[in-house]
Ligand binder design. Structure first.
Ligand code: FES
Ligand code: MG
Length: 566
């Protein structure tokens, strides 16, 4: 008897005897103590990501329980399953190297196991993009749930939140303004609850993007991790996933060119993380959607920054939630948005936004007519140093450095950087441009090394910001006049590899350009000497280096991105 593939009957490996395969699977399922009647029901898988190496997912067990409650209440059977979990600060050489591994794990486990829909629970920086990439490719009905942000801590009357304040305090410590005892006390006050970083870093930016794409339930991106409403959101996500089984709506219906552009608007309006540009390119790339950097700049020039959170402004994610969250922001951005996009419940964005705001805290979410800045937080750059593009977070930079020309002080890699940056004899002046090579996706997994420290000697003399350029990323919680994601990267022979100490470099945010002021023939001559590092012989790192794409393609693997992306 060939049952309708539902629940446990999905993907039965039958070797010619379907009934035996079904009998065998049911027997083993019964060993989990599930009644025969429950095994007839449709199944909602729950991709869970708890880990002793992921503080941001500390609340995972209660989220899984709440999702399960919602699934059961809707007449389906919840089945949690683990996938790779990526705790941002615990991974060496960088979590970014493992995002694609998690995306593959997520896709394959959704596809290989018997389920009719899935709830994906993630939170920390790389986890939500990995889950959305995997879900987009698996194309089973899916609902994203985020773990939610941390609450702030307190130190001598000051609110602290990971991790913009981590950087600010560490900067003061390096400059000698904070002593060892105080920095030790601060260490225990920066990250004080379960949940993701408390500012508009990568995790929070990706949560806002997931909600704008339509992949989470509306209103759920910013609910703090420890808030009761976070568990209600989990319960509702379980119900929604069960509901999707009948509607058959999949990520392919929800993530469209229009919803990706809406998500980019939100990224720009929150002054969000530069990392989100890479992650969104990877998610969209799974579905053949590519937004050129020229379009990105058009969006940036029309989209005001409206949200006043660290690292760009003052508030924290708990304030954003209390202020009205993503819904309130979307209502402000309404004139710029595509309103026919749908969310996981099949509801049009226009319908959602027709509902009035309950209340908006204008200190945190400005009105469209009274923005923090008239233009978006990020801008893409081109030029002979970045023929395929680079990213600059103007919202977190020093405006007086927007038009800069300076002498290059070059570090040839991460080791060279850590060896020499604090050398008291380093020949560096405040108006120099710090250049880091060989920290791109191919060379190094694209670590968050683009936030080069200000050389100690200059920091102690009071220098707070300098132009820094690299093919690396920077943390979403960081700030400064920093050119990132230079493509092609130095290790594969991009022009960044041709920069030498003492060359002049010009940055112009007005012209959206980054140029090496060296003759073309000389750049070419220097690049002929370039040799890319070899591919490791075994394991995941070998697969990684053979397959990773550059930043404009989201650093996805070539065999996972949609080959027809246009
Ligand atoms: Fe997980 Fe910041 S370390 S979100
Ligand atoms: Mg981060």
């Amino acid at each position: 008897m060939a049952d309708e593939p539902i629940g446990l009957n999905h993907g039965l490996t039958n070797y010619g005897d379907f009934d035996f395969a079904r009998f065998l699977r049911r027997s083993f399922a019964r060993s989990m103590g599930i009644s025969s009647k429950m095994l007839e029901k449709p199944i909602v898988g729950i991709a869970m990501t708890p880990s002793g190496f992921n503080n941001c997912h500390r609340c995972m067990p209660e989220l899984v329980e709440a999702v399960s409650r919602g699934v059961l209440a809707s007449g389906a059977l919840p089945r949690p399953f683990p996938t790779v979990s990526l705790g941002e600060v615990f991974l060496n050489p960088t979590s970014m190297m493992y995002r694609n591994l998690m995306a593959m794990d997520t896709e394959e486990m959704i596809s290989a196991q018997p389920m009719d829909a899935v709830v994906l629970i993630g939170g920390c920086d790389k986890t939500v993009p990995a889950q959305l990439m995997g879900a987009a490719s698996a194309n089973l009905p899916a609902v994203q749930l985020v773990t939610g942000p941390m609450l702030t801590g307190r130190h001598k009357g000051q609110r602290l939140g990971a991790c913009t304040d981590c950087r600010a305090f560490w900067g003061k410590y390096r400059a000698g303004a904070v002593d060892l005892d105080e920095i030790k006390a601060v260490e225990g006050r920066l990250a004080v609850t379960a949940g993701t970083c408390a500012v508009m870093g990568t995790a929070s930016t990706m949560a806002c993007i997931a909600e704008t794409l339509g992949m989470t339930l509306p209103g759920t991106a910013a609910i703090p991790a420890v808030h009761a409403d976070r568990l209600v959101a989990a319960e509702e996500s379980g119900k929604a996933a069960a509901g999707l089984i009948a509607s058959k709506l999949t990520p392919r219906d929800v993530i469209t060119r229009e919803s990706v552009e809406n998500a980019l608007r939100v990224l720009l309006a929150v002054g969000g993380s530069t990392n989100a540009v890479v992650h969104l390119a990877a998610i969209a790339g799974r579905l053949g959607i590519k937004i050129p950097l020229s379009r990105f700049n058009e969006l940036s020039d029309e989209t005001p920054v409206l949200v006043d959170l660290k690292p760009v402004g003052e508030g924290y994610m708990e304030d954003f939630h209390a202020a009205g969250g993503v819904g309130a922001l979307l209502r402000e951005l309404r004139p710029l948005l595509y309103l026919d996009t749908i969310d996981v419940e099949g509801r049009r964005l226009g319908e959602r936004l027709a509902e009035p705001n309950e209340w908006i805290d204008r200190a945190i979410i400005r009105s469209f007519d009274n923005p923090i800045s008239n233009v978006g937080g990020l801008v893409a750059l081109n030029g002979n140093l970045a023929p395929e593009g680079a990213i600059f977070k103007r919202a977190a930079a020093t405006p007086s450095l927007f038009e800069s020309e300076g002498r290059a002080v070059v570090f040839t890699g991460l080791e060279d950087l850590s060896k020499r940056i604090d050398d008291p004899d380093l020949d560096v002046r405040p108006d120099d441009i710090l250049v880091l090579q060989n920290a791109g996706p191919y060379a190094a997994g694209m670590p968050e090394a683009g936030y080069l420290p200000i050389p100690k000697r200059l920091a102690q003399a009071g220098v707070k910001d300098m132009v820094r350029i690299s093919d690396a990323r920077m943390s979403g919680t960081a700030f400064g006049s920093i050119v990132l994601h230079i493509a092609p990267e130095a290790a594969i022979g991009g022009p960044l590899a041709a920069v030498r100490n003492g060359d002049r470099i010009r940055l112009s945010i007005t012209n959206k350009s980054i140029n090496l002021l060296v003759e073309d023939f000389e750049i070419k001559r220097r690049l002929t000497e370039h040799r890319p590092p070899p591919v490791p012989v075994r394991g995941y790192k070998s697969l990684y280096r053979r397959s990773v794409l550059q930043a404009p393609n989201g650093c996805d693997f070539d065999f996972l991105a949609d080959g027809n992306a246009s």
